[in-house]
Write a protein that binds this ligand. Structure first.
Ligand code: KIV
Length: 270
């Protein structure tokens, strides 16, 4: 075990993410708690994202809009206690950066104190000043454009972005602004694959896609979608396991054994 991080590989730093462009594909996966962070990190991902998707995935909320900075701090610190070798990125929740540049820097600082090594925020040109100020405060930033769930009302729901030439032009402008503001990488969510390809070719920072096709510098998925432990799996996610039914099966057996007087067995209490 390395002293610096728990899974015994080299610690991933912000500069490793920037330097990966054009040389290797990046992998980002969400984790919201200590044991899942240990497992995801052991799997060798480059970045662990404490996403505000936690509101829907583990808190049962119907959007990310209700997720607070306090929620993000609680989950970021749980993930940080796993001492991941992956870069730990925490999402800035709704209204933790929109009101002002100073609010954005303060909120990012709160997440870093909780253990984040970078923060991610949704939005393009309109939040470039927030990104620049956070970077100037010494905190790496990951941008996020395309479908930005915190703007779901303005976008009129969770719809694929970049469908028209005008939308693609706006996405390209947003991507350039995020890069110029100093972001280390850019998440592109749920756009047409061609739009993500054009952005990936245009910017010098790695693009990490979710539901935006194969032409990006990396991919991100929500852990619970990968392992089959979410109540809703988006069409662009791939399930690699069926953890929900593994839990149902294990707890059903426990329930049955308790009721039949089979559990506990002598070695459990002697
Ligand atoms: O909150 C989240 O999990 C995210 C990913 C979907 C990129 O932002």
């Amino acid at each position: 075990m390395s002293g610096e991080c728990a899974s015994g590989r080299a610690k991933v730093r912000a500069r490793d993410i920037v330097g990966a462009k054009g040389s290797r594909r990046l992998v980002m996966v969400t984790a919201y708690d200590y044991p899942s962070a240990l497992a995801v990190d052991r799997a060798g991902v480059d970045m662990i994202l404490v996403g505000d998707s936690l509101g829907m995935v583990v808190l049962g909320l119907d959007s990310t809009l209700q997720v607070t900075l306090e929620d993000m701090v609680r989950h970021t610190s749980a993930v940080a206690r796993a001492r991941p070798c992956a870069l730990l990125v925490a999402d800035m929740p709704f209204m933790s950066y929109e009101p002002s540049v100073s609010r954005a820097v303060e909120s990012a600082g709160v997440l870093v104190r909780a253990g984040a090594e970078a923060v991610k925020l949704e939005g393009g040109s309109e939040y470039a000043d927030r990104i620049r100020a956070i970077v100037n405060a010494g905190i790496p930033v990951v941008g996020h454009i395309g479908l930005t769930p915190q703007r779901m009302h303005r976008l009129s729901g969770y719809r694929r972005q970049g469908k028209t030439e005008e939308e693609v032009k706006r996405l390209l402008e947003d991507a350039r602004s995020v890069e110029e503001a100093g972001a280390i990488a850019l998440v592109i969510e749920y756009t047409k694959a061609d739009a993500a390809k054009r952005i990936t070719e245009e910017v010098g920072i790695p693009t990490i896609c979710i539901g935006s096709g194969p032409h990006c510098d990396g991919q991100v998925l929500v852990l619970h979608d990968i392992i089959g432990f979410s109540t809703f799996t988006p069409p662009f996610a791939k399930r690699y396991a069926d953890v929900f039914n593994v839990i149902v099966e294990a707890v059903s057996r426990f329930t049955s054994e308790v009721r039949r007087g089979v559990f506990p067995e002598p070695h459990h209490y002697k």
